[in-house]
Design a protein around this ligand. Structure first.
Ligand code: ADP
Length: 372
């Protein structure tokens, strides 16, 4: 039966006029092969894609049009499919255009059977996914590049801030020593200048420490494990004990879930947000921590009754060292929210704020349920 196929005029396979016209008009590539893998019929769309005339393809083994390194595997798997030993599932295969260009096709096969139900060939529909592949490859390359440059930047920030610490410590301690030793011999102006120098050095130390903390989020982060958000909140409140007592703040919270997270970093986010709620408030602070299940993620929020923030600063406040107030108004260096953003993004979430109608700000963040 199989051998007879070669002597049969391929036209005879077209038993149905509707099939013939569909075959010709289809904008996707379609071909048929016989039991030996020889092309029996190929439509115009496929000829155009591969740069051949139909009569140049008919009668040749179909794997001749496949990329050289995939010809062998294509040959073997076709023979297995024709013998019915391999199931027909969609797959991807690289074909080579006449001019040498590689094209990636998603191939969907179906058996061709004779009247007795015996497999006498295969009909394949080929979808050109070359562009999608190239796009995905470019995207992956860009992502890798970004990751690399991000890691380099983090490394740079870490090394720079780490190495700056030592000389700065010297500047700070020697100016302080100068002030102590020569107090009696220096006039008021000189003492004032020394104070400025010490103050500047201390501020720089604080900035460097903040930068180090920021660069540690990605470098020194722990693995994600089930973490009780309630415990993380407790840890944050313990660290803020003094400020809470001083400000006579009232802090309430919903029942908090267990999330897959780095618990130390989660506590750090709570601490920074609640710390800000305490700091940017002119009355007795009332802060509420809420949580809601949102299918693929957990949504947390920290609501305060403080001075609030204008929505025009929705991007700026999350940037490193960006502040909306002077140090005289409210102390700080502008790193807290940048750290929160980095932690949240490391957990596949996002962070934003809104203004409460009754005053104050609410900071929201999400944590993906399935860690990436
Ligand atoms: P810092 O508090 O050290 O300035 P942050 O990164 O934590 O650094 O905050 C950045 C800026 O965002 C602050 O300077 C402040 O102007 C504003 N901000 C942050 N939290 C609040 C809040 N709860 N209410 C009002 N303003 C806030």
């Amino acid at each position: 039966m199989d051998t007879a196929l070669h002597t049969v005029d391929p036209e005879l396979y077209f038993t149905d006029e509707r099939f013939r016209s569909l075959f010709d008009v289809l904008p996707v590539a379609v071909h048929e092969i016989d039991a030996f893998g020889l092309v029996v019929r190929v439509n115009e769309a496929e000829c155009n894609l591969l740069g051949y005339q139909a009569d140049e393809m008919v009668g040749r083994p179909v794997w001749h049009f496949v990329a050289p390194e995939q010809q062998e595997i294509s040959h073997r798997s076709l023979l297995r499919k024709i013998s019915g030993k391999q199931p027909l599932v969609p797959f991807e295969r690289q074909y080579m255009h006449r001019d040498g260009r590689m094209l990636t096709f998603q191939v969907h096969d179906a058996h061709i059977r004779n009247g007795a139900g015996i497999i006498i060939g295969i009909r394949s529909v080929l979808l050109d996914v070359t562009e999608r592949h190239e796009y995905a490859a470019r995207l992956a390359e860009k992502a890798e590049e970004l990751e690399r440059s991000n890691a380099e930047l983090e490394q740079f920030a870490y090394v720079a801030s780490h190495d700056l610490q030592e000389p700065l410590r010297m500047v700070a301690s020697y100016t302080q020593l100068l002030a102590r030793r020569y107090k009696d011999r220096l006039d008021r102006d000189a003492m004032e200048y020394i104070d400025f120098a010490v103050d500047g050095a201390k501020r720089m130390q604080q900035l460097i420490q903040d930068l180090l903390a920021f660069s540690r989020v990605g470098r020194r982060g722990r693995d994600f494990e089930p973490a009780d958000a309630d415990l993380a909140l407790r840890q944050a409140l313990t660290n803020l004990e003094v400020q809470i007592a001083e400000r006579q703040a009232v802090i309430t919270h919903d029942l908090l879930p267990t999330v897959v997270a780095d618990d130390v970093q989660l506590a750090q986010v709570f601490q920074n947000l609640i710390g800000n709620g305490l700091k940017y408030c002119e009355t007795a602070p009332r802060i509420h921590v809420g949580a809601r299940d949102e299918n693929s993620s957990w949504h947390f929020w920290v609501q305060d009754n403080g001075i609030g923030i204008d929505s025009q600063y929705s991007e700026r406040v999350f940037q490193v060292f960006q502040r909306l107030h002077t140090r005289e108004e409210y102390p700080g260096t502008g790193i807290g929210l940048a750290i929160c953003k980095k932690v949240v993004e490391r957990h596949g979430g996002r962070i934003w704020f809104g203004c409460n109608p009754e005053g104050g700000a609410t900071f929201h963040f999400t944590i993906l349920k399935q860690a990436r």
